[in-house]
Ligand binder design. Structure first.
Ligand code: SF4
Length: 424
């Protein structure tokens, strides 16, 4: 029996995944499909990919599609460049993820599961492949599993882009006027969930909703995985209970205890002032501060860094990474990036660039076919709020010391699509 405390998802040793026999000894599912949906609803589990949509509601929507062929897609693309929580989970207990996917398939009446892993992450591909082979050798019952390896890029993990890639080999997000809607893979209705979400479904299938809720808060139950980078001794993935303060999370990760700010949720997330470390790390506590847990990323910005420069580096990369299918991405994001570049050098009076930045955010928001540009706008607006004094100094031609130090805390992939990240 797994204890009520942590770790749950990372039970095992990262890099040395549990075998099927080891996994079954602790995690074999005990519920039937009928009781599983009830348990999932009672658990209050929300998606761990960033949107935090209730997992049971999504499953029920698919289950109620009577007479349709259905498929479960597991999203292990991990599109956020500074995240590696999903690959850590796959390197610890891939069978827990596969259990969760099988449970979701039984709930909605699907007999097929597709696990999508980035082909640029051969280690994660290997862990999934070995786990699937092991299941096949062991004659596991349940749905048929397939592994698909899609090319990595930021928008490739967006759910409509991933289904588009499975349909047509193109990682392009699709216009979806209504949410939630049901994506189609050929003629089949798709239930798509993130790796960490599936693993939590696996836990609920084994131990039930009441056990699941013994960690976390009423509205954010269970545990969450967090990738911590930036001003930390070394980047790491932690499993934490929502409700724990940010100060405690940083402490556990041996991070800078007095940071200038935190970037929460990833490149499409929000900056949070370093004075707010006593805020609990959960969506209900972060929402009034304009932030969220998002994709489970915390980047710690040390006091030697510059929030204006860091934001500019991320926005430049995000502008380059869009599919440029829509106006906000084709024109709006490059314009935001140019304004930020002018402000970050701070070499001359840039008050107009600062004004334009604020106006452009209003013009871009809500106009893309997907949420990619909205994420960039969220990041820029949070930077304008948290680094307001720095933006003013930069716009007056007197940039902060941090902008001249060239010390970076946010890892950003090189624009020439080299896989190497630029670390501190
Ligand atoms: S908003 Fe941007 S990323 Fe999204 S579909 Fe349009 S061009 Fe592509």
């Amino acid at each position: 029996m797994l204890a009520h405390e942590l770790p749950r998802l990372l039970f095992g040793t990262p890099g040395n995944p549990l075998t099927l026999a080891q996994h079954k000894a602790t995690f074999a599912s005990t519920f039937n499909a009928e009781s599983l949906l009830g348990e999932l609803e009672a658990s209050g589990l929300t998606g761990r990919g960033g949107a935090a949509f209730p997992t049971a509601r999504k499953a029920r929507l698919l289950r109620e599609q009577r007479g349709h062929h259905k498929v479960v897609v597991v999203n292990a693309m991990e599109g956020e460049p500074v995240s590696y929580k999903d690959s850590t989970l796959l390197s610890t207990n891939p069978h827990l993820v596969l259990d969760g996917a099988a449970i979701l398939a039984s709930i909605i009446g699907a007999n097929h599961v597709i696990v999508c892993v980035s082909r640029d992450n051969p280690t994660a591909v290997g862990h999934v492949q070995r786990a699937l082979d092991e299941r096949q050798r062991g004659g596991s019952k349940g749905p048929e599993f397939n592994l698909e390896t899609a090319p990595w890029r930021y928008v490739a993990g967006e759910e409509s882009a991933l289904v588009h890639w499975l349909n047509d080999n193109e990682s392009l997000p699709q216009y979806r006027p209504q949410r939630p809607d049901i994506l189609k893979l050929s003629h089949r209705s798709v239930l798509l969930d993130n790796v960490e979400t599936c693993a939590n479904v696996g836990l609920i299938g084994r131990y039930g909703a009441a056990w699941f809720r013994t960690l976390g808060t009423r509205t954010s139950p269970g545990s969450v995985l967090v990738t911590l980078t930036g001003a930390v001794e070394r980047p790491k993935v932690l499993e934490v209970a929502p409700g724990m303060t940010l100060r405690t999370v940083l402490n556990v990760a041996d991070a800078d205890p007095d940071p200038q700010a935190l970037l929460l949720g990833g490149y499409g997330g929000s900056w949070l002032d370093g004075a707010l470390l006593d805020t609990p790390y959960d969506n209900e506590s972060l929402a009034p501060l304009g932030a969220s847990v998002g994709a489970g990323i915390v980047v710690v910005l040390g006091r030697q860094g510059c929030g204006v420069v860091e934001t500019q580096r991320v926005v430049k990369w995000m502008a380059n990474e869009s599919a440029r299918q829509c106006g906000p991405c084709a024109f709006g994001l490059p314009a935001l990036s140019e304004d930020l570049a002018e402000l970050s050098t701070g070499s001359r009076n840039s008050t107009k660039a600062l004004q334009r930045l604020e106006q452009r955010c209003g013009v871009i928001e809500g106009r893309g076919a997907c949420h990619h540009p909205d994420g960039v706008v969220r990041l820029v607006r949070s930077a304008l709020r948290v680094f307001a004094e720095d933006f003013k100094s930069h716009s007056r031609g007197t940039p902060c010391l941090g902008s001249r130090s060239k010390k970076y805390f946010v890892a950003v992939p090189r624009l020439e699509h080299e896989s190497e990240l630029i670390w501190v």
